[in-house]
Design a protein around this ligand. Sequence first.
Ligand code: ATP
Ligand code: MG
Length: 383
Amino acid sequence: MEQVVIIRYGEIFLKGDNRAYFENLLLKNIRNTLSPLPCRLERIQGRLILNGFAEEDRPEILRRLQRVFGIHSISEGVRFPSDLERMKEISPDFVYGKTFRFTVNRADKRFPKPSMEVARELGGAVLAQRPDLKVDLHHPDCTVFLDIREDGNTYLYSRTLDCQRGMPYGCSGKGLLLLSGGIDSPVAGFSMARRGMKVEAVHFHSFPYTSVQAREKVLELGRILKDYCGGEMKVYVVSFTQIQQAIHKHCRDSFMITIMRRFMMRIANRLARECGAQAILTGESLGQVASQTPESIASTDSVSELPVFRPLIAEDKQDIVAVAKRIGTFETSILPYEDCCTVFLPKNPVIHPKLHQVEQEEAKLDVEALTAQALASLEVETL
Ligand code: ATP
Ligand code: MG
């Protein structure tokens, strides 16, 4: 008898001719994340079987698999040569709760008994050992699955863990994420990575108005995201201080945030072009703050050549927080270090900026020189 983990993939099934491509990418991503832990990965019709791992590695293997995009669910189980007596010996250990049933799939038509009969005999064997249990075919606490395969092996399992679903990381191009130290942007990065998009990030700081800790916090968020992003995360760190000072000095206070966001977008576009990203990603959510109205978003987008993806645009804060907690970014996001957006914050930001007014205000600045200067401060952190 061999310990196995059965890995099921969901959506990539639907991809017709591209299926082999998606499958291979998923396989590569799984191999990559499990590379420090010795094990073997086999493909059987529409599933992957992991075996040959050390018992003490099992919790870490399950933890890592639960972060791989494209995996639908996993089950811990065993594999052994198909034989009814062996099934009877092994299956009681897989029953939990008070009521149970067996579900048998007999792909191997050479197996001498039909599935219903196998299920009945196994149920009888369990009850003989555990008279306190009951069979419940409709709402059991526990379903024990037996898959009698054509290759002469039976797979047996009862516990299934839900995984991330989504698409294999790397199958949907690359996006450059505007990463602040807040709650939203790491969740936005996670959401796009879950659709298969490679993610790199850019962070703007206003040192010395923002602290070294604020920057360290953002890098820590990058490190957490990295686990979902193929084990690697690049963060482009750009100084925003001079831009903010210039806006503060020359432009009407109420346009501060609007103009800042246009600078962020221009710089992000330049970096994206250099790193081969096809989209800019942000954590904006409609109506959350003054800069997240349709007019503000239009004013930001009008300086972007690349499409801007805002996966959280229609999400409620509470739901975003729930995801942040689940993926492990929340605790870091709420550390109390200031973001560059909170420096020079105007008392009354324009909520519905008119594009011609924004452009008028911005015309007071040497946009190109300020952009170039900020880009000259670029530091690249590979996490
Ligand atoms: P978050 O929780 O992601 O910080 P927020 O609700 O605080 O979002 P804003 O501060 O208006 O909202 O920022 C909106 C988006 O702009 C962020 O989600 C992020 O994508 C981007 N952004 C804000 N500040 C920065 C920064 N310092 N560096 C990079 N991107 C930023
Ligand atoms: Mg913020």
